[in-house]
Design a protein around this ligand. Structure first.
Ligand SMILES: *Cc1c(COP(=O)(O)O)cnc(C)c1O
Length: 480
């Protein structure tokens, strides 16, 4: 077989991360103090991302509000930062909402999109006048009952489904069908409705995937619904198209394409493995034929964040009118709920090398003091090269190739499935920095199997070059 060829995937790295990996002492001290691994968050990139969206909305003179989807990262620092930027937070559970309220956010900043809403959550929403995104009739009944009990009214936003796209209905398990929405809204809410404690205020949808034209079509269909409601005297104040705004992780389009090509050759055993034991990353191999594509996030995207939003707002109807115009003339507030993309460059995960060994195939394994759930999303692999921060720079460095493995006692416990290149042989005590992990990677699937503790979340302050614990994030009212 041919000699091993390495396929690098060089990530985009924000200045604050480069600074930390170059100075190093702060990282080594933090790992000793808080145990490996640690997650480090920084709110400056978060602010840059949100500002990028704000600029696009303002360019078109739109009334807008951005609700950061907190489920992508549980840290408090981003919740507080969103409010400081005069934007909001999309909460998806009781504790996400309760903690945001403790941090001093209020009904201007918050919505609840929880997929399952129990009485405790609905009571908290109603008592604090937090708008509730409704998804089904049972929820409406419970909100009605809770509002009667509390002698209050609840503001609701209707989640929509049943959109048409190139001749098909977009499948989803959420929301009220577009075709039935006018009648549902007309007969349900306000004084004459069956849910007379619920006040209708707007529409919402969130699509799977990352298609600009799907978002455009769904917005156009929502605007049609808004017009038909308007004809019946029902006012819609806001239209929210959720999250799923693409971001870009990688520097080089060609590197990404080369890796994808290399992966196919590797899974067919035409070249030495570039993923652990030729792992196909979600593709299916039957009798020497590859079916499907790798089930990974699209890590390289030229249109991303603000430019993605701009393209959605410039999607046109049959008469050639762009969505931003249709929204503006109707005085609608346009809303988004970015999760992952709001967190672009806002967090890293750092872990310590614990051991080096070879497996039965003779491949180098580098064991880190962390586990696979601390760097995990729905994607089959996190396709970014980590940064190796050695304790001591080697005098005669030798390039080394191997896999990063973690602490759960499973054969499948690879932290990254890709084979990684190291500029010098990793030593025990060296650090490995995984960049751009704030969106989903560090928190969404973390677990405490083997009774390992969850990683600490630190907040980096670039002015003082220090860390604080995220738990110590102060409420808005404590700020001078
Ligand atoms: C997950 C989710 C989001 C955030 O999606 P991203 O892809 O992280 O931007 C926003 N809104 C709702 C309702 C969601 O479920």
């Amino acid at each position: 077989m041919k000699a091993y060829t390495h396929y690098p995937l060089t990530p985009l790295i924000h200045k604050w991360v480069t600074g930390l990996t170059e100075e190093r002492n702060l990282l080594f001290e933090a790992i000793e103090q808080y145990q490996s691994p640690i997650n480090i968050q920084h709110t400056k990139p978060f602010k840059e991302n949100i500002k990028g969206y704000i600029e696009v909305f303002e360019k078109y003179g739109l009334d807008y509000k951005i609700f950061f989807a907190r489920k992508a990262n549980k840290s408090r620092c981003f919740v507080r930062k969103a409010a400081k930027l005069n934007q909001g937070v999309d909460t998806a559970s009781y504790r996400e909402l309760a903690q945001a309220l403790e941090l001093g956010l209020n009904k201007e900043h918050l919505i609840s999109t929880a997929a399952v809403k129990n009485k405790k959550l609905i009571s908290l929403c109603v008592a604090n006048h937090i708008p509730i995104i409704i998804d089904n009739l049972d929820e409406c009944k419970l909100i009605q009952a809770v509002s009667e009990e509390l002698n209050a009214n609840a503001t609701v936003i209707v989640r929509l489904s049943g959109f048409q796209y190139v001749g098909n209905t977009l499948p989803t398990r959420f929301g009220f069908h577009l075709g039935e929405a006018t009648e549902f809204i007309e007969s349900s809410f306000g004084e004459a409705g069956i849910f007379n404690r619920l006040t209708y205020s707007g529409l919402h949808f969130h699509l799977n995937g990352y298609s600009i034209s799907q978002r455009g079509e769904c917005l156009l269909q929502s605007i049609k619904l808004i017009d038909s409601l308007n004809e019946k005297g029902i006012e819609t104040k806001s239209l929210d198209f959720g999250g799923g705004i693409l971001m870009n992780y990688l520097q080089d389009k060609n590197q990404y394409a080369a890796f994808m090509q290399g992966l196919k050759a590797s899974v067919l055993h035409q070249i030495p493995a570039i993923t652990y034991q030729h792992d196909p990353l979600g593709m299916v191999i039957l009798e020497g034929t590859i079916y499907g594509e790798p089930t990974v996030y699209p890590y390289y995207n030229e249109v991303n964040k603000a430019s993605f939003l701009d393209e959605v707002l410039n999607y046109k109807n049959d008469q050639g009118q762009p969505i931003h115009e249709l929204i503006k003339v109707r005085n609608l507030q346009i809303r988004i709920e970015p999760g992952r993309s709001a967190l672009d460059q806002a967090g890293i995960t750092v872990a310590k090398v614990a051991f080096r060994r070879k497996d039965t195939d003779g491949e180098w394994l580098f064991g880190l003091e962390m586990n696979r759930t601390q760097l995990k999303s729905g994607s089959s692999d996190f396709l970014l090269d980590p940064i190796h921060v050695p304790k001591f720079k080697s005098e005669n460095p030798e390039k080394t190739y191997g896999y990063l493995v973690g602490a759960y006692c499973l054969e499948q416990e690879q932290l990254l499935k890709r084979k990684i290149e190291f500029d010098q042989f990793p030593e025990v005590g060296d650090l490995i920095v995984f960049v751009n992990t704030a969106g989903y990677m560090m928190h969404f699937y973390e677990s405490e199997a083997h009774l390992f503790e969850l990683a600490e979340n630190l907040v980096y302050h670039s002015d003082s070059h220090t860390f604080t614990l995220d738990e110590e994030t102060k409420a808005l009212s404590q700020e001078t």
